[in-house]
Design a protein around this ligand. Structure first.
Ligand SMILES: *[C@@H]1O[C@H](CO)[C@@H](O)[C@H](O)[C@H]1NC(C)=O
Length: 431
């Protein structure tokens, strides 16, 4: 039976559900609302023969670099400059460019495209090398993002996140769609459609699976779905509510919040749902678990001290390794802990004078700062290089996603037409 018809039939009985990889109709739009102050001026020339390719490679690279808040694009002129051309460093310095990118695109006999580029430091008059990337037409944007990542790493000494992916839940026309998109919001694809809410999507550390909570059976159940095969498994469908899945750094386990015994507590399970173990041990509500970057601790939200605050326990659990320690002290309520992949920062949502604001706290010092001027922030998610935090917020009554640099200087807003988007999760580095 056609899966759409099957779904319509099933919708009469339980929630309607469709697993599909069709291109999403609602494309993400990005606006940059703040800009960094520490720019590196770079000229990205038009690539030779890119105008005959389906994607304008140099344009995608320029847009990536601008969005990062770390570069300013110096106009390189209209004439394409190939990676094989010799470079007059003096003239690029005179235009104010500290770095230059040149390149070309070739359509190969097998239908694929080869993109070559070269990066120069015009100040040091150095050739910083380049790459040749071969891809299908549909993966040309990814090649451009990989070039932007190469530039970011060579010039700033940190890994770039342009070739990564995001996921989020779009709520439009009474339907919930779990979608994934490129880091620039392009190529949005629907992973799952349901008439009931889908929440808390989380990418597996290897980027091949996503865990999420679905209400399609009228109660929260945790699923893990393979992004390639689209196969999914209900990994936690215990009595009561099953919520807040978080992956261990090695991808073998999930920490989850279950109300199995009445009050919600933190448990761990294998990623296939076996070996359920209780970790937190309180009479309060313990929820929103997250593994630390080294996998040794679990941060979570608990109201054991009266109001919700963030605590940390050993991954062995409280019964074995001792009671959790409180981590947040500022603000009347602090929830939604997220750890940066580099192990240095804790992001969370702090209730301040009735508003919900994204904060970031240095783990070593406990020092915390507010990153936004909005008042309905939720669901923070770190970029894999730990330099940005994606979160959901509201602007003019609409749910949008925003990304802010961890120093608070650069902000981007991602929105879709005619709908709300929430529950963002930033995927890992792609190899
Ligand atoms: C589930 O995963 C665990 C740990 O990876 C493994 O030992 C076990 O055999 C798996 N069980 C099933 C039913 O796949």
């Amino acid at each position: 039976m056609n899966s759409i018809i099957q779904c319509i039939l099933r919708a009469v009985i339980a929630g309607c559900l469709l697993i599909t990889t069709a291109t999403a109709h609602a494309q993400l739009k990005i606006e940059i609302t703040g800009v960094g102050s520490n720019f590196l001026p770079i000229a990205v020339a038009a690539f030779r023969d890119e105008s005959a390719a389906p994607q304008q490679i140099s344009e995608i690279i320029r847009a990536d670099l601008a969005r990062s808040g770390r570069f300013s694009n110096i106009h390189a002129g209209m004439a394409p400059i190939a990676e094989t051309n010799t470079v007059d460093f003096g003239s690029w310095r005179a235009k104010g460019a500290d770095a230059l990118v040149t390149g070309s695109v070739a359509h190969l006999a097998n239908g694929h495209y080869e993109v070559r580029f070269r990066l120069y430091d015009t100040v040091k008059q150095q050739d910083l090398s380049g790459l040749a990337l071969i891809s299908s037409a549909s993966e040309l944007r990814l090649s451009a993002h990989k070039i932007a990542d190469y530039i970011y790493q060579k010039l700033l000494g940190e890994r770039g996140i342009f070739a990564t992916r995001l996921s989020y839940v779009a709520h439009t026309g009474g339907q919930y769609q779990l979608q994934r998109a490129d880091s620039d919001g392009q190529n949005a694809r629907t992973v799952l459609t349901s008439s009931e809410p889908i929440i808390s999507p989380a990418w597996s550390p290897h980027g091949t699976q996503v865990a999420y909570v679905s209400f399609e059976h009228k109660k929260p159940v945790i699923y893990v779905q393979d992004l390639l095969s689209e196969q999914r498994t209900a990994v936690s469908n215990q009595k009561g509510s099953n919520s807040a899945p978080a992956w261990s750094p090695d991808g073998n386990q999930l920490a989850v919040a279950l109300s199995l015994t009445g009050n919600t507590q933190i448990y761990s399970i294998n990623a296939n749902g076996t070996d359920l173990r209780r970790l937190s041990n309180s009479r309060s509500i313990d929820t929103e678990p997250r593994f630390s970057a080294d996998g040794h601790s679990i941060y979570f939200t608990s109201d054991r001290g009266g109001a919700p605050q963030i605590y940390r326990m050993s991954v062995q659990g409280e019964a074995t390794a001792g009671a959790a320690q409180r981590i947040t002290f500022k603000g009347s309520e602090n929830t939604s802990p997220r750890l940066s992949p580099d192990g240095k920062l804790l992001a969370y949502i702090s209730r301040v004078n009735g508003a919900f604001k994204l904060y970031v706290q240095e783990i070593s010092t406990g020092e915390a700062i507010a990153l936004t001027d909005s008042d309905s922030d939720e669901s923070p998610s770190f970029s894999p290089n730990s330099k940005y935090i994606l979160y959901a917020t509201r602007i003019e009554q609409r749910g949008v996603l925003a990304a802010v640099s961890t120093d608070g200087r650069t902000r981007q807003i991602l929105s879709i037409k005619d709908g709300n988007i929430r529950e963002p999760s930033w995927g890992p580095f792609t190899e």
